[in-house]
Design a protein around this ligand. Sequence first.
Ligand code: ASP
Length: 444
Amino acid sequence: MSLTMKVLVGMVLGIVVGLAINLLGFNSPGSFINEFVVDGVFYVAGKMFVNALKMMVVPLVLFSLVTGVCGIGDVRLLGRIGGKAFVLYMLTTAIAIASALAIAGSIGIGQGMNATTAAEFTGKEAPPLTDTLINIIPSNPINAMSEGEMLSIIFFAILFGVSLLMVGKKAAQAIEFIEIMNEVMMKMVGLIMVLAPYAVFCLIAKAMADLGMDLLLQLIGYVAVLIGVLLFHLFVTLQAVLKLFSGLSPAMFLNKIRNTQVFAFSTSSSNATIPVTLRTVTERMGVNNSVASFTVPFGATINMDGTAIMQGVATVFIANIYGVELGMSGYLTVIMMSVLASIGTAGVPGVGLIMLSMVFAQVGLPIEGIGLILGVDRLLDMIRTAVNVSGDAVVSTIVAKSEGKMDIAVYNDPNAGVVYTEDVHVDEEVERELAGVVQSTHDR
Ligand code: ASP
């Protein structure tokens, strides 16, 4: 069985077991199952796996991006790739939110609902755009890396790669070293992914056991419309964009992106999913590392189609509940704010709500309205993160195809880059060989 299949099985079992625990009432505080299974095994194993993914993000982005820049070898080309990716990311996000507003608005969700049940919610501040711009340049690169500031890391890595190129011959060994490190990090991704089926099971079982169905049913209108628009964006808009700009097969794309979506779904974080997205677009879809190493982490930070859709649907929902007329200019403001907010906020769990309070403040909707949808946001965060990473992969593919930095044969091969558990083993021959090398250096 391929890893993708195993991960999917883990996900389905997780949903079934988690919901069963919730529906049978085994998750009451203090009960054995809650203490030792849900908050014990599931929680610990899930968190450990997410940590393992996050552990790889910074070194992987750094090494692969420097390798990528050196691989391109041309600063102008790099600017063109960046420009294309940026425009496409903004374009898809704008389409996402516009379609969310249009669909939710024409259905009229939330009309006639009573607003007095609002729970408490105090919004956190989203970073102002000026700060985002300033912080692209890290005053301390080590700090940026330890904080996982993606835009700063990207900036530093590009500059570092460009400087390596400019130093030329003398830097050849350094470039080679970084290329090897990049390969090592990719190997690590493959290694950790072998554990994914079990981790995905734990993460999802815990989420479902905590969540249950009650809240979901109460807000069924909001949830259904939101999921509908998310699916529409994933299967119609993004695929149309892919076909239109690259001519590549959407069916093949959807088939290969599934694994990455499950990772995004179970971690609720585009950032933590970067290693998997990077591996999928390069090894399974044939995108050259020189493009993917830049577009994937860039996209995880600035591109959030799914989150933008949530904001569109939530805005219409809350506006209707409180009986606020937004009007055309209000809607345009929402579109602009969501696109801008997505640039400044990183792809980590729950960020969507911070962006939403920013949008609400701008158009004068009551921030505490967010309290109404807070309860179901966990699950919706999972779904929209899967849409977010799909958008990153679509744009990476389009940019690579347009620059001729893509192996079409790999893209069209359904089995390219599939991980089989048997592949990840220690090769005894290599081990012996390596031991010999170490020994001889020792002897010298
Ligand atoms: N969790 C989302 C992401 O990482 C962001 C959000 O919508 O909260 O892409």
